[in-house]
Design a protein around this ligand. Structure first.
Ligand code: HH2
Length: 276
């Protein structure tokens, strides 16, 4: 399985690590650290050296309780960084946004994957992504970040998330986005309790069975904190274990902050479960 990302062809036969690079003052784990493009570039270089196969650049935090930022601010944060990363790194760059204007500016600067936590549901987002001709990641979220963790409710979380993702696939394909350019993501922690996250995690093989690469983003999230009792800064081991398990359950792209730890977790899991 391959994903076309501009001049790059991402081989998903083995799981790929997507390194998180937030150019925000308030992201829940790396907020404020990469606002300077030089610092962002240096961090991206480290992640690529550690084994990241792509870098996901975001200019708006979507942590629970986060407020929206305007499109000018988001563009000003991400475009200079994307331009430099796509010129200077050997890996593809994705843009984590829901805003059509940011998608356009980011792709013009070199991004080749649109990673939208709102599944291209914002007005004009679907048409914009289709016209840009890049690959897309469609993620599920219940509600909006400002209030999504207040009281998330589902009658059947797996069935509902799966049906919603498949509906978004139909919409994306109808808009002209080819099947081979679509990635799906159940959206861990986005309007979900721990029980909902655990049910979705167990259902990763079912979600992967639809034939679209599945992206899993559990890195340093509250669910890891709930399982380990650790604060954000001490969730590296829990996150790496979760990412390796997600890969074992069929996830093909792992969105992570701690690339080296996840790479090692994957290597050990692969080595120890190889058939002899
Ligand atoms: N999680 C976050 C942001 N973008 N995109 C996808 N496809 N899947 C995810 O699980 C996902 C995502 C939240 O994490 P982070 O970027 O570290 O924090 P913040 O939203 O505070 O910037």
């Amino acid at each position: 399985m391959f994903l076309e990302l501009g001049s790059h062809r991402l081989d998903l036969t083995t799981p790929q690590l997507m390194g998180v690079l937030n150019i925000t003052p308030d992201s829940f784990s790396d907020g404020g650290v990469h606002l300077d493009p030089e610092a962002a570039l240096a961090r991206a270089r480290v992640m690529v050296g550690e084994g990241a196969g792509l870098i996901d650049v975001g200019g708006e935090s979507t942590r629970p309780g986060a407020d929206r930022v305007d499109e000018r601010t988001e563009i000003d944060r991400v475009v200079p960084v994307i331009a430099r990363l796509s010129r200077e790194l050997a890996v593809p760059v994705s843009i984590d946004t829901s805003k059509p204007a940011v998608m356009q500016a980011a792709v013009a600067a070199g991004a080749t994957l649109i990673n939208d936590v709102r599944g291209l549901c914002t007005p004009d987002a679907l048409e914009t992504a289709a016209a840009l001709g890049v690959s897309v990641c469609l993620m599920h979220m219940q509600g909006e970040p400002a209030s999504m963790q207040d009281a998330p409710q589902y009658a059947d979380v797996v069935g509902q998330v799966e049906a919603w993702l498949l509906e978004r696939v139909r919409a994306a394909r109808a808009a002209g986005i080819p099947a081979g350019r679509i990635v799906l993501d159940p959206g861990f922690g986005f309007g979900k309790t721990l029980a909902h996250n655990l049910a979705l995690f167990a259902a990763l093989p079912r979600l992967a069975a639809h034939g679209y690469p599945v992206l899993a983003g559990v890195s340093r999230k509250r669910m890891i904190g709930e399982l380990t009792g650790q604060p954000v800064g001490a969730r590296v081991v829990g996150s790496a274990v979760a990412a390796a398990l997600a890969a074992a359950r069929g996830a093909r792209i792992l969105r992570v902050h701690d690339v080296a730890a996840t790479r090692d977790a994957l290597a050990v899991m692969t080595g120890l479960t190889r058939q002899t």
